[in-house]
Design a protein around this ligand. Structure first.
Ligand SMILES: NC(=O)c1ccc[n+]([C@@H]2O[C@H](COP(=O)([O-])OP(=O)(O)OC[C@H]3O[C@@H](n4cnc5c(N)ncnc54)[C@H](O)[C@@H]3O)[C@@H](O)[C@H]2O)c1
Length: 339
C-alpha cells in the first residue's frame, strides 16, 4: 500500500500528456497543463500534482471542462485585462494571464489581470514564479468551490482560496503560496487515500464538530488557518477573484470533485509590480539578503535545525527531483496509465 515509484520528470510528463491527449486535449495545451502539475510534485506540493489528473479527466469527459474553449482577452484599461476563460482548463487561462503580465513587466509597468469563468488551476506558485522576473514581483489569488466555514461558522461558504506572492531572490525566489484554509483540501484527500487521520483543527464534521477523520472532514467543512485571520484573507481573495472579476463566488461555484459535468466558474486575480521604480535591483537584492540573513540566523526553538524562508524547502525539493526523480504513489500512476 502507498508504494512509491521514482520516475524521471520527463517520463512522468510523457505518460500524463498522453492521457490528456487521448481525452481530446491538444498536445500544446496538454504540455502546459502537465508542466504545472509535475512542477507541483517536484516541489513536494503533491496535493496539486498529478494526483488531480484523474479528476480533470473525469471533468473533461463529463463536460465540466471545455477543452475546445479559447480564453478571450479583453483590455479594460491601459494596464488591466480581463480574461473570460469560457470554461477552459484553469491552467490555460492562468498562463494567458502570466503572458500579459510578463509583457507589462518588461516595460516596467504595474499591471493587473482578472480571470473569470474558468476551472481549478492547481499550484499558484507555478504562475507567480513566472509573473515574477529579476525585476518583478508576482501576485496571484484564486477562489474555489465552497468547502470552508467563515470564522465562527459551521457550513461551507468560502473556498480554500489560495494566494501566492513570488519575490525574486538571487537566482530563485521567496515564494509564499498557501490555501487560506488550515490545509489545502487536496491534502485531506491524500490523507483519506492513505487511510490516515488528520490533526484536529483542520476541519469540522457534518454536524459541525471537530474531527480527526479525513472521511468526516471531506463530508463536513474545512476551517480557516489562524481563525479570524485566515478567514479575513479568504474573504478578500473571494472578493478579488470572484466578485471583482465577474466570476462566480461562494455557493455559486461548482465543485471540482462532485460536479464533473459543470464548469466551476472560478476566477483569478493576478498582478505584477516592478522593483526598479522603487530602487535598483542590486540594492533591493542586498537589502533582501540582509533581511533573510537576520531571519534565518535568529535564535531557534529547541529541536529546530534550520529556519527557512517561504518557498525555500519547495525549491530545494524541486532541484532534488531533477536528479533523483519524482516519488509518485504507484496507485496514482497505475490509475493514470489505465485512463
Ligand atoms: N487552485 C486552487 O484552487 C487551490 C486551492 C487551495 C490550495 N491550492 C494550492 O495548494 C498548495 C498547498 O497549499 P497549503 O496551504 O497546503 O501550503 P503549505 O501549508 O504546504 O505551505 C504554505 C506556505 O508555507 C511555506 N512553508 C511551509 N513550511 C515552511 C517552513 N518550515 N518554513 C517556512 N515556510 C514554510 C511554504 O513555502 C508555502 O509558501 C499551494 O500550492 C496552493 O496554491 C490551490
Amino acid at each position: 500500500m502507498n508504494e512509491k515509484i521514482f520516475i524521471s520528470p520527463e517520463e512522468l510528463k510523457s505518460i500524463c500528456i498522453s492521457s490528456l491527449c487521448k481525452n481530446g486535449v491538444s498536445e500544446e495545451e496538454a504540455k502546459l497543463v502537465i508542466d504545472t502539475m509535475i512542477e507541483a510534485d517536484m516541489r513536494g506540493v503533491t496535493s496539486h500534482g498529478i494526483q488531480n489528473l484523474p479528476v480533470y479527466i473525469k471533468r473533461i469527459q463529463n463536460g465540466g471542462i471545455n477543452i475546445k474553449a479559447k480564453p478571450e482577452v479583453i483590455q479594460v484599461s491601459e494596464n488591466q485585462w480581463l480574461i473570460d476563460g469560457k470554461g477552459c482548463l484553469g491552467q490555460i487561462a492562468a498562463i494567458e494571464g502570466v503572458k500579459l503580465l510578463a509583457e507589462a513587466g518588461k516595460k516596467n509597468k504595474v499591471a493587473v489581470v482578472g480571470v473569470k469563468n474558468t476551472n481549478h488551476c492547481g499550484m499558484l506558485a507555478y504562475y507567480t514564479k513566472r509573473i515574477s522576473s529579476e525585476n518583478c514581483i508576482g501576485f496571484m489569488c484564486s477562489n474555489a468551490n465552497p468547502t470552508m466555514a467563515a470564522f465562527g461558522g459551521a457550513e461551507p461558504v468560502l473556498g480554500t482560496n489560495p494566494f501566492s506572492v513570488a519575490i525574486p531572490y538571487k537566482k530563485s525566489h521567496v515564494i509564499v503560496d498557501m490555501a487560506t484554509s488550515s490545509v489545502a483540501k487536496g491534502k485531506i484527500y491524500e490523507y483519506e487515500r492513505k487511510g490516515l487521520s488528520i490533526p484536529v483543527g483542520w476541519a469540522l464534521d457534518f454536524e459541525g464538530k471537530p474531527t480527526s477523520s479525513a472521511v468526516d472532514a471531506l463530508n463536513g467543512v474545512l476551517l480557516p488557518f489562524a481563525g479570524h485571520k485566515g478567514y479575513s484573507i479568504a474573504l478578500i481573495v473571494e472578493i478579488l477573484s470572484g466578485v471583482l472579476t465577474g466570476s462566480a463566488y461562494s455557493k455559486m461555484i461548482f465543485s471540482l470533485h462532485k460536479d464533473a459535468d459543470k464548469i466551476q466558474n472560478v476566477g483569478f486575480f493576478m498582478a505584477i509590480v516592478p522593483i526598479t521604480p522603487f530602487m535598483d535591483i542590486e540594492t533591493f537584492n542586498k537589502r533582501l539578503e540582509v533581511l533573510l540573513s537576520i531571519v534565518k540566523n535568529s535564535k531557534k526553538q529547541e529541536g529546530v535545525e534550520e529556519i527557512l524562508f517561504p518557498g525555500e524547502l519547495e525549491e530545494r525539493l524541486y532541484e532534488k527531483s531533477l536528479t533523483q526523480g519524482i516519488g509518485i504513489d504507484k496507485e496514482i500512476l497505475d490509475q493514470i496509465k489505465s485512463i
